[in-house]
Design a protein around this ligand. Structure first.
Ligand code: GPW
Length: 830
C-alpha cells in the first residue's frame, strides 16, 4: 500500500516528474517507446505507417495530460459550460493540427529527422475522420478549434460512426460509393471511457403511476442500448486548454441481455448484441434530405439521451438541486438534428427529477439555443408522428404537451387565426402527420441564430416570419467562420511564414484581425514577389497531385480555377461546366492567331453527390465526359484543362485550397445559407467568383467589390425571374446545352434529364438567366489574371480582409451574446 491518499498523490507526482518533456531527445525516446510497446514493433525495424502510429501516440500522451489539467481546472472553477450538440463533425486529420496547436511542430520535425523520418511524410499516413457530410459538419470542427483556443469551457457531443462519409470512387466517370471503415487500423486520438456509459431506452409503453399521491409517468422500454463514451481531445492554440469532443458508440446492454440468457435464448441474445452496435455504425450520406427512417431517428435519440445524461451527471456532482442549472449549462443545438434534446430534458426533469412541468419548462427555455443552417422550407426536418410514437412514446406525449401549451398561449396573443396557428404548430397535420423539429427548437430556445447576415434576414422575412413577429428578440445572426489554424497554419505553411514575416509577429494566429496589417503592403513589389512565389509552390504541390490522380499534366502558368464542395443543383456546378464548354467552343472556333490572347485555365471540380441524388450524379458524369473531350484535344493544349478531383474531403481540401488562383461560389442567390469554403479560399489569397449569396455579401463588405468577381441575379430578383420563366435563355447557353444534347460528349440519352433541368421550361436554378453575366465575370477574371501585379494585389487584399471570417469571431460572439459563458483559462501559457 502507498499509505494515505495525500502521500500517494505526492509519490505519484514524483514518479511522473511533472509534465512530459518536449525537447528533441525526449520526443525521440517517446516515439521509440511507442514503437516498441504500443505498436509492438522492434524499434530497429518499423515502416512509415508504424512510425506514424508511434508518433501519434506520443502526441496523444501530451494531449491527455492537457485535457486532464483542463478538466480538473474547470471542475475547480465550476464555470458555466456550453455543450455543443452536433450530429456531424468533419475533423479530417489530427496530427499536424495537434502538434501545431501544442506549439511543438518544430521539435517533432527535428526529433523525427534525427530518427531518419520526415514529419510531412508521416503526416500523410493518417486517414481522415469524416464523421459528417459537408459545410455544417466542417463548421462544427472549426468551431471546436476556436472554443479550445479561446479558453471557453466547452464540450462537443456527437456520434462515433464506424463508417464515416462514403469514399467516392470514379469508374468510367461515374461516382461509386465505398464504405469508409476508418477505424480499421485503430484510432490513436480517441480514448474509450469504459466507465462512462449510459443506458438509452427505446420503444415500449408509458404507464401512469402513483408516486406519493402524485401522478407520474413511467416509461417501460422495449429495448435498452448502452452508450459508451469515446473522448477526442481538442487542443487550443497558444493555451494549455484542451477540451473534449465526446462521441457515443452503441454497445449491447448487459442489463437487457441477462434476461435473454436466463431464458435460454442464447443465440438470439448474441444477435441482439449486434443490433445495438448498429445504431452508431453508419453516417447518413445525404445532407438535407429527410426520409423519416427509423434508424436515423434512433441515432438522434441515442446521441441526445446519452449526452443529456452525461451533462446532468456532471452538474449533479457539484450541485444538490437544479436551481442553478441555467447559470451553469448552455445547450447549443446545431441545426434541428439534436432537437429531441428538448423533449429529453423535459422528460428527465419531470419524470425522473420530479421538478414539475412548469419549473422544468422554465429551465429548458433558459438553456437551449438553436442555429439553423437551412434556407428553404423543404430543408426542414420533419419526423412522422407514428414513427416517434412507437420509438419514443413518452417523448411524443411531451411534445404534444409542449405544443398544447404553446398553441393556447398563441391563441391569446394572436387570436383564432387558424392558418397562422397551423403554420406555427409543432405538429403538422396532413397525409403524414409529423413533428416539425425546427418549430420545436424555436419554441424552446431563447435564441435562434442564422449563419450569415442575409440568411438571418431571410429567416425573419420568410422561413420563420410568424415566429419572428411573435418573438423578435429571439432572432440573431452569427456569421460563420473558419479556423485560420487549420486553413492557413496547417495547410499553407509557406503563406503562414510569409504573413508572420511581413506582420513581424505570429500573433495573428490567435488574433486574426491583425491580418488587416497586410493591406499596407498590398502594393509593395517585394511582398508581391514573395506572395507569387508562395502561390507557385502551392500550385506545384496541387499539380503533382492532379497528375497522380488523373494523369493530366497541367501548366503552372494557367489560372487554377476551383469549385470544390458537395454537388447540389443549387450550388450550380452545372453552370460551371456549361461555362467550360462555352470556353472550349470559343477556343475551337477562334482564329489560330487569336489564341495567344487566351488566358490559360485549369478548371478543377470536386465534390461528392449523395448516393441517391440522380441529377447530382449526372453532373459528375458530365464533368468527366467534358474533361475527356477537352483534355485529349491537342488543338486546345494548355489553354484549357478540366479535372475532377475524386473523393474531396478535408485533407484533399488542405491541398487544393492553397493552390487555387480563383474559386467559384455560384449558388443561385438565396439558396446558400452562408458558405464557408469561400472563407478558406479567401484566407489563402484566392480570388472569388461569386453570386451575392450567403456570406459572400459580407465578404464584399470586407474586401470591396473591386477585389472579386460578382455576377448574377440578386436575392430579391430571383422570385420574379422564376415567374417569368425561361424565355430569357440566352443563345450561348442554348448552344452549349445543344452540344450536350447532340451527344458531343457522348452519353446523350443519359444527359437528357440533366439538360431538361435547364431548358426544359423551368430552369429553377436560373442557369439561363445568369449565364451571360457569368461569362462576363469570367472574362473579367481573365483580364485581371493577365496582369500579375494587379492580380497579386487583389490576392493580398483578399487574405488581408479575411479576418472577420475566422471562427474565433463567430465563437466569441456566441459566447458573449448567446451562451453567456466566459473564458476559463488554465493558468499557463501553453
Ligand atoms: F440542410 N448545410 C449543410 F441546411 O452542410 F441544414 N448541411 C445541411 O444539411 C444544411 C446546411 C441544412 C450548410 C449550408 O448549406 C451552408 O450554406 C453553410 O455554410 C453550412 O451549412 C454551415 O452553416
Amino acid at each position: 500500500s502507498l499509505g494515505s491518499d495525500s502521500a500517494k498523490a505526492e509519490r505519484m507526482f514524483r514518479l511522473m516528474d511533472g509534465f512530459l518533456k518536449n525537447d528533441s531527445i525526449s520526443l525521440q525516446q517517446d516515439i521509440l517507446r511507442h514503437v516498441e510497446y504500443t505498436v509492438a514493433r522492434s524499434r530497429f525495424n518499423f515502416d512509415d505507417f508504424e512510425a506514424y502510429q508511434a508518433l501519434a501516440h506520443s502526441v496523444r500522451d501530451r494531449l491527455i495530460e492537457r485535457s486532464h489539467d483542463t478538466q480538473l481546472y474547470f471542475k475547480r472553477k465550476d464555470p458555466k459550460r456550453v455543450y455543443f450538440l452536433s450530429f456531424e463533425y468533419l475533423m479530417g486529420r489530427s496530427l499536424s493540427n495537434s502538434v501545431i496547436n501544442l506549439g511543438i511542430r518544430d521539435q517533432y520535425a527535428d526529433a523525427l529527422s534525427q530518427l531518419g523520418f520526415e514529419f510531412e511524410v508521416l503526416a500523410e499516413q493518417e486517414g481522415d475522420a469524416a464523421l459528417g457530410n459537408g459545410g455544417l459538419a466542417r463548421l462544427s470542427a472549426c468551431q471546436m478549434d476556436s472554443m479550445a483556443t479561446l479558453d471557453y469551457p466547452a464540450w462537443g457531443y456527437g456520434l462515433r460512426y464506424e463508417y464515416g462519409l462514403f469514399r467516392q470512387v470514379i469508374l468510367d466517370g461515374f461516382q461509386h460509393e465505398q464504405p469508409d471503415f476508418w477505424l480499421n487500423f485503430g484510432n490513436p486520438w480517441e480514448t474509450e471511457r469504459v466507465h462512462v456509459t449510459y443506458p438509452v431506452k427505446f420503444y415500449g409503453v408509458v404507464e401512469e403511476e402513483n408516486l406519493n399521491g402524485e401522478k407520474c409517468n413511467v416509461w417501460i422500454p422495449g429495448e435498452v442500448v448502452e452508450a459508451v463514451a469515446y473522448d477526442n481531445p481538442i487542443p487550443g492554440y497558444g493555451t494549455r486548454n484542451t477540451i473534449t469532443l465526446r462521441l457515443w458508440a452503441g454497445k449491447p446492454s448487459d442489463q437487457h441481455d441477462m434476461e435473454a440468457y436466463n431464458t435460454g435464448d442464447y443465440i438470439n441474445a448474441v444477435v441482439c448484441r449486434q443490433k445495438a452496435e448498429n445504431i452508431s455504425s453508419v453516417l447518413y450520406p445525404d445532407d438535407r434530405s429527410f426520409q423519416g427512417k427509423e434508424l436515423r431517428l434512433k441515432q438522434q435519440y441515442f446521441f441526445v439521451s446519452a449526452s443529456i445524461q452525461d451533462i446532468i451527471r456532471r452538474f449533479k456532482e457539484a450541485h444538490s438541486n437544479f436551481d442553478e442549472f441555467p447559470e451553469k449549462v448552455a445547450l447549443q443545438l446545431n441545426d434541428t438534428h439534436p432537437s429531441l434534446a428538448i423533449a429529453e430534458v423535459m422528460r428527465v426533469l419531470v419524470d425522473k427529477e420530479h421538478l414539475g412541468w412548469n419549473k422544468a419548462w422554465d429551465i429548458a427555455c433558459k438553456i437551449f439555443s438553436f442555429t439553423i443552417h437551412a434556407v428553404i422550407a423543404e430543408g426542414l426536418e420533419k419526423i412522422p408522428v407514428d414513427l416517434l410514437g412507437s420509438l419514443l412514446p413518452r417523448h411524443l406525449q411531451i411534445i404534444y404537451e409542449i405544443n398544447f401549451t404553446f398553441v393556447e398561449e398563441l391563441k391569446k396573443r394572436i387570436g383564432l387565426d387558424y392558418n397562422r396557428l397551423s403554420r406555427m404548430s409543432i405538429i403538422e397535420e396532413g397525409a403524414v402527420k409529423s413533428i416539425r423539429m425546427a418549430n420545436l427548437a424555436i419554441v424552446c430556445s431563447h435564441t435562434v441564430n442564422g449563419v450569415s447576415k442575409v440568411h438571418s434576414e431571410l429567416l425573419k422575412a420568410k422561413l420563420f416570419k410568424d415566429f419572428y413577429e411573435l418573438w423578435p428578440q429571439k432572432f440573431q445572426c452569427k456569421t460563420n467562420g473558419v479556423t485560420q489554424r487549420r486553413w492557413i497554419v496547417v495547410s499553407n505553411p509557406s503563406l503562414c511564414a510569409l504573413i508572420s514575416k511581413w506582420l513581424g509577429t505570429e500573433a495573428w494566429i490567435r488574433d486574426v484581425d491583425l491580418l488587416t496589417g497586410l493591406r499596407a503592403y498590398a502594393a509593395d513589389p517585394d511582398l508581391q514577389q514573395e506572395w507569387m512565389m508562395v502561390k507557385k509552390v502551392n500550385k506545384m504541390r496541387l499539380a503533382e497531385y492532379i497528375e497522380a490522380m488523373s494523369g493530366v499534366k497541367v501548366s503552372l502558368d494557367a489560372m487554377f480555377d476551383v469549385q470544390t464542395k458537395r454537388i447540389h443543383e443549387y450550388k450550380r456546378q452545372l453552370l460551371n461546366i456549361l461555362g467550360i464548354i462555352h470556353r472550349y467552343d470559343c477556343i475551337k472556333n477562334m482564329e489560330k492567331s487569336q489564341r495567344s490572347k487566351v488566358v490559360p485555365r485549369v478548371c478543377i471540380i470536386g465534390g461528392k453527390a449523395a448516393p441517391g441524388y440522380e441529377i447530382a450524379k449526372k453532373i459528375i458524369k458530365l464533368c468527366h465526359a467534358v474533361a475527356e473531350k477537352i483534355n485529349n484535344d491537342t488543338d486546345v493544349g494548355d489553354l484549357l484543362k478540366l479535372v475532377f478531383i475524386p473523393d474531396y474531403n478535408v485533407s484533399v481540401a488542405e491541398l487544393v485550397i492553397p493552390g487555387a488562383d480563383l474559386s467559384q461560389h455560384i449558388s443561385t442567390a438565396g439558396h446558400e445559407a452562408s458558405g464557408t469554403g469561400s472563407m478558406k479560399f479567401l484566407m489563402n489569397g484566392c480570388l472569388l467568383l461569386a453570386t451575392e449569396d450567403g456570406s459572400t455579401v459580407e465578404i464584399v463588405e470586407e474586401i470591396g467589390a473591386d477585389n472579386l468577381f460578382l455576377f448574377g441575379a440578386k436575392i430579391h430578383e430571383v422570385p420574379k425571374l422564376r415567374e417569368e420563366g425561361s424565355p430569357k435563355m440566352p443563345l450561348q447557353c442554348a448552344r452549349v446545352i445543344r452540344m450536350v444534347r447532340d451527344g458531343y460528349f457522348g452519353f446523350k440519352d443519359y444527359f437528357e434529364s440533366l439538360c431538361d433541368t435547364v431548358d426544359g421550361g423551368k430552369d429553377f436554378y436560373l442557369l439561363g438567366s445568369d449565364f451571360e453575366s457569368y461569362l462576363e465575370a469570367q472574362a473579367a477574371a481573365d483580364k485581371a489574371f493577365a496582369d500579375p501585379n494587379k492580380w497579386t494585389q487583389m490576392s493580398i487584399l483578399s487574405a488581408a480582409g479575411s479576418g472577420r471570417f475566422s471562427s474565433d469571431r463567430t465563437i466569441r460572439d456566441y459566447a458573449e451574446k448567446t451562451w453567456g459563458i466566459e473564458p476559463c483559462r488554465f493558468p499557463s501559457d501553453g
